[in-house]
Ligand binder design. Structure first.
Ligand SMILES: O=P(O)(O)O[C@H]1O[C@H](CO)[C@@H](O)[C@H]1O
Ligand SMILES: O=c1cc[nH]c(=O)[nH]1
Length: 253
């Protein structure tokens, strides 16, 4: 029987791992696992697919979070119940600054809390901030791959469409709160939109766990809306390599 409600995992299955790599997309889990030693499929329930493997002999878990804060909060809580204390998110993202190109990587230092789930962990005044050592490991790992990541603030939204001020919907409607918000975030220096980091950072910082986030830029909202499949694949792979090498650094530090 599983030790936790949703993930279908027991503590024994994790082989003592304290670090997890957490993509949003379940399909990405296997691609990450291929870069580990002795990768082993663990479970697949709902949006949560998990593998365990090793980096330099130390156990690492990979578990998808699904899209958005609520499912991320479940994955992170249940992984923490099983002993995980460091969470490295690897995602995809839409940039909103002209200086950021499709194919670039963004490491989030902190996130604007446009989600709901983070408010179930700490009040809105509390910052959604990444762990410094994990963030530094992501930046160092990227540089070692010859990639200079953008490091800065991310807007983390519960919704892909209105919360990220997309008008290309059936109704074409964006509620008042978000009308003009993309421009406002641009002016405030926000780099990008994604959907999980605010929940992840808030729940981890407020409970003494470490979290960081690297994301591959698959669209730039100042240029185009629909991403190219080949670009998605290549960009994701770049971010996957960086997150695995960052995990290795943190495990051997
Ligand atoms: O590629 P993932 O990790 O899922 O991340 C991004 O992609 C999804 C939206 O398409 C959201 O989850 C967003 O945060
Ligand atoms: O624009 C984008 C692209 C990926 N993920 C998001 O949340 N937004």
């Amino acid at each position: 029987m599983a030790d936790v409600f949703h993930l279908g995992l027991t503590r024994d299955m994790l082989h003592g791992a304290t670090l997890a790599i957490i993509p949003g997309d379940p399909e990405r889990v296997k691609r990450i696992a291929k870069l580990l030693e002795e990768p082993q499929f663990l479970a697949s329930h709902r949006e949560f697919t998990s593998y365990v493997g090793k980096l330099d002999g130390q156990a690492v878990v990979i578990c998808s979070t699904g899209i958005g804060g609520p499912s991320t909060s479940i994955a992170v809580e249940e992984l923490a119940q099983l002993g995980i204390r460091t969470f490295l998110r690897i995602g995809t993202t839409g940039a909103i600054q002209t200086k950021v190109n499709v194919g670039d990587l963004i490491v989030s230092q902190a996130s604007v809390r446009l989600d709901g789930a983070s408010q179930h962990f700490a009040p809105l005044e509390y910052p959604a901030v990444a762990d410094f050592s994990c963030t530094s490991a992501l930046v160092a790992a990227a540089r070692e791959q010859g990639v200079e990541p953008h490091v800065g603030i991310t807007a983390s939204s519960d919704t892909f469409y209105p919360g990220q001020e997309r008008y290309d919907t059936v109704s074409g409607r964006v509620t008042q709160r978000f009308q003009g918000s993309l421009k406002h975030w641009q002016e405030l220096g926000v780099l990008n939109y994604e959907m999980e980091s605010a929940t992840l950072f808030t729940m981890c910082a407020s409970q003494g766990w470490r979290a960081a986030c690297v994301a591959g830029v698959i669209v730039n909202r100042t240029q185009q809306e629909i991403p190219d499949d080949a670009v998605i694949k290549a960009t994701e792979q770049k971010a996957v390599t960086v997150v695995v090498e960052a995990a290795r650094k943190l495990l051997t530090a």
